[in-house]
Design a protein around this ligand. Sequence first.
Ligand SMILES: Nc1ncnc2c1ncn2[C@@H]1O[C@H](COP(=O)(O)OP(=O)(O)OP(=O)(O)O)[C@@H](O)[C@H]1O
Ligand SMILES: [Mg+2]
Length: 506
Amino acid sequence: LQAIVDTAVDAIITVDEEGRVEFWNQGATRLFGYAAEEAVGQPITALIVPERSRESHLQGFRRALQAGTFLKTEGMAEITARHKDGHEFPVQISLAMWQVLGRRRVTGILHDLTRQKQLEAQLLHAQKMEAIGTLAGGIAHDFNNILAVILGFTELAKMHVSANSALERQLREIELAGKRAKDLTKQILTFSRFDQTERQPIVLKSLIKEVVRFLRATVPTTIALHTHLTSEASVQADASQIHQVVMNLCANAEYAMRQTGGTIEIRLEDVAVSAEQAHLHPELHEGPYVRLSVKDTGPGISDEVLPRIFEPFFTTKGPGEGSGLGLSVVHGIVTGHGGAILVHSQPGQGTQFDLYFPVTHPTAHHEIPLASPSYIGGSERILFVDDDPSLVRFARDFLAQLGYQVVGYADPQEALTWFTANARAIDLLVTDQTMPALTGEALALAMRNVRPDLPVIVCTGFSHTMTPEKAKALGIEELLLKPIEAGQFAEAIRRVLDGAKVSRSP
Ligand SMILES: Nc1ncnc2c1ncn2[C@@H]1O[C@H](COP(=O)(O)OP(=O)(O)OP(=O)(O)O)[C@@H](O)[C@H]1O
Ligand SMILES: [Mg+2]
């Protein structure tokens, strides 16, 4: 009998009339951490009941003894129990009272509910995320179409007003706001997984290295950035989405440590998910994964905030500071990749996000281009000029991602001054047409004066002053109409650079 009782997974405990432990099986040792020798003779409530509820348990026990009859089942209940190490967990308990030689005893069978509760919570959470995602995604989808109309008609209206008029400026503001709204809806579509993306086998390590290089340039020096990238495995992924995931996590870490400074640690490791872990986290399956961890030494996340961080629009930041979309986008992307996210955070202890991506080709050795795989890149040197500094920043990041070396200016005069001293330092000029002080056309002409063979791409909105015919007549290689789509931009640059090479070689 002892053997049977000991192989039971559940805890089987018998106590005497005073509530002192008489019998304690191995299941009880596994569940509560006390060996039988430690437990026997001790009051059961002191061992496994959290202090705050001991008194009520004792009273209940006494009442049951008074009313109790031999072998009466007291029924089943769920209580919170305490482990030897102090952590609390839910158990299901069934009690039976019995009598030998006039002395009553109570035997309890206690079953650990931790996993069941976790699964319930995860299921609820997953359902909630899905419901929010479907709702928000549906709205965003319709919204996107409406925005396309607003933006389209704004473009059209701009054709009918003269450049630099008050009306043109106002239309530009509408356009700008419209584009911001478009950005936002795009993010919502990402977390709700409405937009399907192209995935290819990617060696995450090279991609992460690239992001880190970018981060080093942007994260303030009070925050140290450490990396530990050991995994060489490739996963089926969308490069630009993974890029966004790391950026969002690091942006949060950076924000959390802005006042105090601290350390961000980015790790990339091969891990094998065990059957046991897979059981605890239904999104994970047994097998090889690449784990991407982003850990900070910030203030951590409180218990009230933690369950809500992945909700879209949930933020603890002030108005205008955060949209609350960062982590919901991360969540959408990671689950869209068949992966899972685990968060470890405690107030004062920092925060760690563990992202698990299933490995597709653990032995694949081919590396794919660093930037988004659908864009073609190069290594040439490009001068980018646009009076909108945010566009200059974008172009710098984007083109650098594609492998180009980029010099960017928001002031065409400054660009020209720089160029005059460094005429041979670039292979291509990309410039906006409508800029105060100097138009793109004038800038291109001035530079061509110094270097007649310089290839030029001019970007323009619907402008009266520049047409494809005029561009051709000026010898401008390409005229790109704004808003420029990233893929087209990359292609045009490649086309012009390759064309320039061909025409120069005899
Ligand atoms: N590393 C972290 N340390 C402390 N708190 C965090 C961390 N990451 C996220 N949080 C908490 O989770 C909340 C939600 O994060 P999320 O990235 O979704 O939105 P946000 O950062 O507030 O806004 P957005 O990312 O849109 O600018 C944050 O407001 C913050 O309270
Ligand atoms: Mg954020």
